[in-house]
Ligand binder design. Structure first.
Ligand code: FMN
Length: 474
């Protein structure tokens, strides 16, 4: 069993919750069965799909892929959508910068994820299931390959085939409309309609100009369920221990645990499972807090939510509480910047990541992210003018016009929040100055691995070009 890279990344403090990351990594299906794996499938088969969905709804589980969408409502929507085949997909693409939790979960116990998928298959009536991860996540792909073979042989999926799909490194591979494209053998260019309206192998002409209907039969939208690794991992525990047990954990609106990643300017980066409701500052302390003599200046939850500043660290891990403060939980990948980091440089790095990863199908997104990045590059280079700031402001307003996915909204939210929270830093840069004595270069925090408190960052990402090619190493 692969274990390298896992040790030491999970918090061992007993006061912090361990449900999904409990105990030692699970070696094989027999070891998983010793912990109760398979019981949730038996329970699901003993009940009706409606009963299973109702239990998940009662638990108030929310999707851990970033959006926090209520899982029970999503499952019911897929089951009840119009005519067509049904498919279920586990999103294991984990592309959000600052996030490593899905890989930690897959290394720890892929069986609970597959059991959640098997329950979902039964609940929505899927005829095939897919697990999509990155080809470059070799360790997780190996674990999944073995676990899929073991669990299908054990009858977990009945006669429903489960396919492991290995996709590209692009950020948009994790976006659910891009993910379905990759499963169908194309590039991760998000389609127009969401998976419940334009599912896998759809033949409904209303769902996109690429849809075909070779048989000449009435078109079918094939509503498709897409759930994140951590969302599915929660499912067997909810069925075994009950929705009520789940709701005793966390907060009213955000029950359960959350598997958080804490990296950046902290003493000991880690992946840790905590109860929802833990304050962000406490989570940062679990990672050893800021380095000696330093203070937390900015915390970003992936590249999708408004920045948190030091006075906001009392906010709790709760979807509503963070959203009300202009931020969000996202996929709980918290990247900490201490007071030695230049906020304008942080904004530039995040904007460049989104510009490079934008697929270019929507002009306002690619063009807007590009212009904002160029403006921020001028500011950090000390050559920025009032005109650059005007352009940044204008593009932040228009970047989301007529777009087909949420990437442009991420640009709008993150960069606007940096401008709002650190206005004086931007003004200083207009004068060619910086408040930090020796501002260090910042890159988008794309994680390759975390071992014993040491993060390996993706050193290819800074060379990635807006057309998704890579510049030669210097
Ligand atoms: C640009 C972008 C990238 C995304 N990347 C991921 C990802 O890597 N993994 C993931 O689970 N969800 C990702 N999502 C969210 C998915 O589109 C989708 O909402 C999620 O898989 C649904 O699962 P859930 O309901 O269990 O959260 C991304 C969304 C966007 C807009």
């Amino acid at each position: 069993m692969p274990s390298g890279g896992y040790e030491g990344i999970v918090d061992a403090d007993p006061k912090h919750l361990a449900v999904l990351l409990a105990g030692e990594p699970v070696a094989d299906l027999a070891a998983a069965a010793d912990r109760g794996a398979g019981e949730a499938i038996a329970l699901a088969r003993a009940g009706t799909p409606g009963e299973v969905i109702s239990e998940i709804s009662l638990s108030r589980l929310r999707g851990r892929g970033g959006g926090g969408f209520p899982t029970g409502r999503k499952w019911a929507g897929i089951r009840d959508a119009g005519p067509g085949r049904r498919f279920a997909v586990c999103n294991a693409a984990e592309g959000e910068p600052g996030t490593f939790k899905d890989r930690a979960l897959l290394r720890h116990d892929p069986y609970q994820v597959l059991e959640g998928l098997a329950v979902a298959v039964a609940a929505v009536g899927a005829e095939a299931a897919y697990v999509a991860t990155k080809a470059s996540y070799a360790q997780e792909a190996d674990r999944l390959r073995v676990a899929i073979a073991e669990t299908t042989a054990a009858g977990w999926f009945g006669d429903v085939p489960v396919t492991l799909v290995l996709g590209p490194d692009e950020y948009l591979f994790g976006e659910e409309k891009g993910l379905l494209e990759v499963i169908e053998g194309r590039d991760p260019l998000p389609r127009l309609f969401p998976p419940f309206q334009h599912g896998l192998f759809a033949t409904d002409i209303t769902t996109g100009w690429e849809a075909t209907d070779p048989a000449g039969a009435p078109g079918l939208a094939n509503p498709t369920l897409v759930n994140n690794v951590e969302t599915l991992a929660n499912v067997p525990h909810i069925l075994r221990r009950g929705a009520e047990w789940f709701r005793t954990l966390g907060t009213d609106g955000s029950p359960g645990s959350v598997v958080a990643t804490v990296t950046g300017d902290v003493a000991r980066p880690l992946v840790v499972e905590v109860e929802m409701g833990v304050p962000v500052g406490e989570l940062i302390e679990l990672a050893g807090g800021p380095r000696p003599g330093r203070q937390v200046q900015a915390v970003l939850s992936g590249v999708a939510n408004g920045v948190l500043t030091a006075p906001m660290l009392g906010l709790r891990l709760d979807y509503e509480e963070l959203a009300a403060a202009g931020s969000g939980l996202g996929s709980a990948g918290f990247v900490v910047y201490d007071d030695s980091a230049c906020p304008v440089e942080v904004a530039r790095a995040f904007s460049r990541f989104l510009y490079v990863e934008s697929c270019g199908q929507c002009r306002s997104c690619k063009f807007g992210c590009g212009e904002i990045t160029r403006g921020l590059e001028a500011l950090t280079a000390g050559t920025g003018t009032e005109r650059d700031v005007e352009v940044i402001g204008a593009r932040l307003r228009s970047v989301t016009d007529q777009v087909r996915c949420y990437l442009a909204t991420e640009e709008q939210i993150v960069i606007s929040s940096m401008l709002q929270r650190f206005p004086e830093e931007f003004v200083l840069h207009l004068e060619g100055r910086c408040s930090k004595e020796q501002a260090r270069p910042i890159e988008a925090p794309k994680i390759v691995d975390i071992v014993d408190g040491v993060v390996t960052w993706d050193d290819k990402q800074p060379r990635k070009q807006p057309d998704w090619t890579y510049a030669d190493p210097p």
